[in-house]
Write a protein that binds this ligand. Structure first.
Ligand SMILES: Cc1ncc(COP(=O)(O)O)c(C=O)c1O
Length: 453
């Protein structure tokens, strides 16, 4: 371990990690995984309660996925989709199209979630230009949304701490509106009365509908902590976008491939958006792959216009090895009935977390659905007292991270608009794993309760 840690600290640049944290003795080197557990080079075993980073959907150590990669590498390791097709890319696209809602039948592959969102932004613009609607370029996104870190997608992301330093480098066409967190349909009203719905329409009208290209949102928003939309929210987004000629994109980089017990979150909420972005779970993270699924009529409209093409691309889009793994991953999800497994266990999962909430006074809410939850902290749940700024700062400043480390579980202490734990294990977690996860969360919450006291 000493050598692994020393060479990482000397040469490996971490993502979103301070130098102090990286250079501390807490840095673990994860070398092996099986199912829902991983081991570091000191032999410590951890429960992977975040599916890596919301992505190892089938869990670790799947030899069927590695075999699919190896077989494809032997046959054809690489060829681009710039003017050529390859069998696994075509098969993966067909399988995705067959399972995506409505006429979302065209799949554009890239290598990550940021690239997927970047592609959706550019397709929206490309489409409007192809239809002679040159004025449309603005994008409406939501507060606390995470849509990626490239400069284009960072502008769409709604989490201030990631954006601050880069503000002068970002385009100014993005408007943020409130998300659905805490929003309820007023008594006697309907989904169209939701403040989070009205905010979208009001923003389109304020900007001028003829300037707006796209509305983008996650079905269940990760940024603010597994925020499940109120009934009818997505139908309202669809209605508003249709009314003003704006395209609608569901960013399903986390939601798709079973996280909510369905192929897509859009299916779960009964909506057909114009585009669905995906990444992460499409290969259960065995290889990098992302993409955007687009409604066929929109693609045909571009192809039949003078513009004639989606004027965008990258070297590894439709990579044969990544897409071969995607095919094997989707087949395994189907054969092993992974979505049913999630649906059969989601209530149990939630009840175990609610049990933790009931046993302690510092949890204000357990939110989420499927295999995707947030446990949000407060100072005193019985009396409805929120955390003070000092308490937020203390918990986020290392206290929660230490409790999580001590419990040997990978879940994320989060600070986006609240202090909460993000929980998102591999979809193959059974009730024994859920019990283990809940016991470790209970340990963390109990220590948090003591710290607050
Ligand atoms: C909803 C959503 N969109 C986009 C991204 C960006 O994906 P990536 O990190 O693969 O670029 C993420 C990453 O977590 C995400 O959750």
């Amino acid at each position: 371990m000493g050598n692994d840690r020393a060479s990482a600290q000397a040469h490996l640049m971490p993502h979103f990690t301070s130098g102090a944290a990286w250079n501390s003795d807490n840095l673990a080197t994860i070398e092996r995984g099986e199912g829902c557990y991983v081991w570091d080079t000191d032999g410590n075993k951890y429960l992977d309660g975040l599916a890596g980073l919301f992505c190892t959907n089938l869990g670790h150590g799947r030899s069927d996925l590695t075999a699919a990669a190896s077989k494809q590498m032997d046959k054809l390791a690489f060829f681009p989709t710039w003017g050529w097709s390859n069998p696994p890319a075509a098969e993966a696209a067909s399988m995705i199209a067959a399972s995506a809602p409505g006429d979302l039948d065209e799949v554009f592959f890239v290598s990550s979630g940021s690239e997927a969102v970047e592609s959706a932004l550019k397709f929206a613009r490309n489409y409007h230009v192809s239809q002679g609607d040159e004025g449309r370029y603005k994008v409406i996104a939501r507060d606390w949304a995470y849509h990626g870190t490239t400069l284009g997608t960072l502008a769409v992301t709604g989490i201030p701490k990631f954006k601050t330093h880069y503000a002068p480098m970002m385009w100014d066409g993005v408007r943020h509106v409130r998300n659905t967190c805490g929003d309820e349909i007023p008594d006697g009203g309907s989904a169209s009365d939701l403040a989070c719905v009205r905010a979208v329409e009001e923003m389109i009208l304020a900007e001028g509908p003829e300037t707006v290209a796209l509305v983008i949102a996650e079905p269940v928003q990760n940024g603010r902590g597994a925020v499940v939309p109120p009934d009818g929210y997505w139908q309202e987004l669809r209605r508003i976008c249709d009314k003003y000629g704006v395209l609608l994109c569901a960013d399903e980089v986390i939601n798709a491939f079973g996280r909510l017990g369905h192929f897509t979150g859009s299916e779960r909420f009964g909506v057909v958006p114009d585009m669905i972005t995906f990444a992460k779970g499409v290969t259960s993270a065995y290889l990098p792959l992302g993409g955007v699924i687009i409604r066929r009529p929109l693609v045909e409209a571009v192809w039949e216009s003078p513009v004639a093409m989606f004027n965008h691309g990258s070297t590894f889009g439709g990579h044969p090895v990544s897409t071969a793994v995607a095919v094997a991953n989707m087949r395994a999800m189907h054969d092993e009935q992974v979505f049913d497994h999630v649906l059969n266990n989601e209530d149990y999962f939630r009840s175990q977390l609610e049990g933790v909430q009931a046993a302690h006074n510092c949890v204000s809410e357990v939110r989420g659905t499927g295999y995707f939850y947030a446990v949000e902290f407060c100072a005193d749940a019985a009396n409805g007292v929120a955390l003070t700024e000092e308490q937020h700062t203390g918990l986020r400043g290392g206290v929660l991270a230490q409790y999580v480390r001590d419990a040997k579980i990978m879940i994320r202490p989060d600070d986006r608009g609240a202090t909460f734990l993000a929980i998102c294990p591999p979809l193959v977690a059974d009730r024994a794993v859920i019990d283990d996860l809940a016991a470790r969360v209970d340990q963390i919450v109990a220590r948090t309760d003591q710290w607050l006291a």
